[in-house]
Structures are given as structure tokens and as C-alpha cells.
Design a protein around this ligand. Structure first.
Ligand SMILES: N[C@H](CCC[C@H](N)C(=O)O)C(=O)O
Length: 249
């Protein structure tokens, strides 16, 4: 089978086209395996759809299904545009969280995110106040003065207790710095789009920022998030790293 590898600022994905929906959890585990497979944080399957350019299946590296993935939405929008599945610089596709509209301008892709749900703004854990925000998938968010150290054991515990991704973040010098422990990868990733958006939303709701903001994930790449006319937009460069024929896996 032919697969295409993309990186969304360090959050990486294996993408391929299929004709039928299926349970591809085992395939995702194999393809995403860093030694025995292609290696990725997630897998995206592009399927035909009668109304939208396509529909997707998204799997985390551990084979679990997730409704949405911000970085994968930007990568798959570029993939679909390159393959002629979508046209005119726009990809509109169906995800588990709803319809995503992404605009492609060279390698810079901007996804219009689904309307978020703020589930809880007063979760007390280890003396800190966390928010639980669903920005397509659930995210715990805490704001800290210093995010140099990321307590992965604490993140893992919270991930399991709340079945959510876990984010620490700070807004400094007009840049939102975000680190994310990702559900389904079960470790910190170099970038997490819905996590960055969830961190933007908490800062925005608390009046700590507004408009278009530069966001920097663990990878150090530069992305931008804005809130315009009731829509959170998430943009950044995508990288098509290679296409390959997968034989035995
Ligand atoms: N691991 C997430 C899905 C991928 C989210 C992330 N890669 C992004 O860019 O939004 C979850 O299971 O909720």
C-alpha cells in the first residue's frame, strides 16, 4: 500500500486513501510504530464522501480513534489538495468532531476549528486550577509561570483520570508557549494543534490575549491562532516528508 508521511510542526502522521470505512486500529499501531513501521503520532485515512471533499478516519499511534487532530487536519488538507481530491485552495472534510474547512496557501495551511466546549473551569489538582476544554478532543489546561519542566508522571495520571490530553502553557512576550502530553501517543509530542487551541481559548476567556497570536509548541516551530467572527483558526506550515510503498508490516 502507498502511504504519505507528513509533519505538522513535529506532530507527524501517516496518510493514505481508502474506499471503505473499517476498523484500522491494528494497522495504525503497526504503521505508527517508530521501529517496525513508518513511525508517526497518528494515522489518517482519506475516504470518499458524497457531500464533502472527503471524510477521514483518525487514529492515534496506539490505535485509539480520536474525533479530531488539529495538526493532522492541516496536513491532510494539503495532501488532499495535492492529490486533486479537493480544489481551489480549500479542503472541506468530515471528521468525528464535525466538518473542518482548511485553506491551503503553499505549505501554509489554516484550519477553521470546530466550536469548542468549555467543560469545567475549576478542576483542582496538586494545588493548581485546571480547565477542561474540548477543542475537538478533550484537553486539560493549566497556566504556569515556568514550563521548562513537564512532569510526565503527573500528566499521565491526569490523562487517565480525565481521559484527556494534558497541556501546560504560558503567554510571554506575545507568544503562547504550549507543551502537551497526548492521549493515544502516551507521551509529550512536539506539537498538538487542538492542545494549542485549548490553551489559546483559556487565555482568551481569561482576558489574557486576543486576536491573532503566535504559538510555539515543544518543536519550537511558529504557528498562529486567531479568533475571528466566532471561529478559532489554527495555521502553520506543513511538511510532506516522503511517500512510500509499504510491503510487509
Ligand atoms: N491525541 C489526541 C488526538 C490528536 C490531537 C493532536 N495531535 C492535535 O494536533 O490536535 C486525542 O486522542 O485526543
Amino acid at each position: 500500500m502507498k502511504v504519505t508521511k507528513y509533519s505538522g510542526n513535529g506532530n507527524d502522521f501517516v496518510i493514505f486513501i481508502a474506499q471503505e470505512k473499517a476498523d484500522r486500529s491494528e494497522l495504525a499501531r503497526k504503521l505508527c510504530h517508530r521501529q517496525n513501521g513508518v513511525g508517526a503520532d497518528g494515522m489518517v485515512v482519506v475516504l470518499p464522501h458524497h457531500q464533502y471533499d472527503f471524510e477521514w478516519e483518525f487514529y492515534n499511534a496506539d490505535g485509539s480513534v480520536a474525533d479530531m487532530c488539529g495538526n493532522a487536519s492541516r496536513c491532510v488538507a494539503h495532501f488532499a489538495h495535492e492529490k486533486g481530491i479537493s480544489k481551489n485552495g480549500v479542503s472541506e472534510f468530515l471528521t468525528g468532531a464535525g466538518v473542518i474547512r482548511a485553506t491551503i496557501n503553499g505549505v501554509y495551511v489554516v484550519s477553521d476549528m470546530v466550536a469548542p466546549k468549555i467543560i469545567n473551569t475549576n478542576i483542582q489538582e496538586d494545588g493548581e486550577t485546571w480547565w477542561l476544554i474540548d477543542s475537538g478532543v478533550p484537553h486539560l489546561v493549566v497556566i504556569r509561570e515556568n514550563i521548562e519542566h513537564f512532569d510526565i508522571e503527573q500528566a499521565r495520571r491526569l490523562r487517565h483520570n480525565y481521559n484527556a490530553n494534558v497541556n501546560i502553557c504560558k503567554y510571554e512576550n506575545e507568544t503562547l508557549y504550549v507543551r502537551t502530553y497526548e492521549r493515544g501517543v502516551e507521551d509529550e509530542t512536539l506539537a498538538c494543534g487542538t492542545g494549542m487551541v485549548a490553551c489559546y481559548i483559556r487565555h482568551h476567556k481569561e482576558g489574557m490575549l486576543e486576536g491573532q497570536v503566535r504559538v510555539q509548541p515543544k518543536s519550537g516551530d511558529e504557528l498562529y491562532i486567531s479568533y475571528e467572527n466566532g471561529v478559532y483558526r489554527f495555521g502553520g506550515k506543513v511538511t510532506k516528508t516522503f511517500e512510500a510503498e509499504v510491503f510487509d508490516i
